[in-house]
Design a protein around this ligand. Sequence first.
Ligand SMILES: [Zn+2]
Length: 212
Amino acid sequence: MDDAAYYSELGRLRMLGGDAALDFANTRHWRDGREIDFLTGYRALVDWAIVAGLLAESEGDRLREGEGLMPLQAADVFSAAIRLRDRWKIHLGEATRALTPARRPPEVLRHMVTTALGPPDLAIAGLPADTLTGADMALPLARAALAIGAFLALPHAGTLRMCEADPCGGVFLDTSRSQKRRWCAMDSCGNRVKAQRHRLRMKAEAVEPAKG
Ligand SMILES: [Zn+2]
């Protein structure tokens, strides 16, 4: 089965993390030697969240309409989402580098997650049936926080890893039986690493005089 993917003018972003919280972190990563941020604004956040399974299509429709009516609130929600994602990425970077089992997530991250979950029960109950208010515009942020909170709090199958392709920065849950998954995807990062190694080997062989 093909992985779900978010398409934008920046290209295709596949949901390879194995968890919406990890896919959220992967909205900013390295590709072809430069860092790309797929979350370019509130609209992109909403569109991405639908593909990531954090918003229903119908919720997305209402939020897109709401953005037209409440652009300032939408911009605030977007900024908060980016701050949360970037702090989350720092935590994941530390967690994947740590040789000891994951430590308790730092206070600052826990505080950001609980703050982003508010207003009360928005993340769980969803949008009101009648009109939208500025506070309701925070739904994509609240759902991303819910995903991060669930990832931190609940046990999950697989091992958290960071893609070994350099630079990439993608994170994923390794649920393979062998526990040897090393890349976001074999057909992207895996192939790039193999091609790189091949070029280096050719170079080394060209420099060293042939034996025999
Ligand atoms: Zn990768």
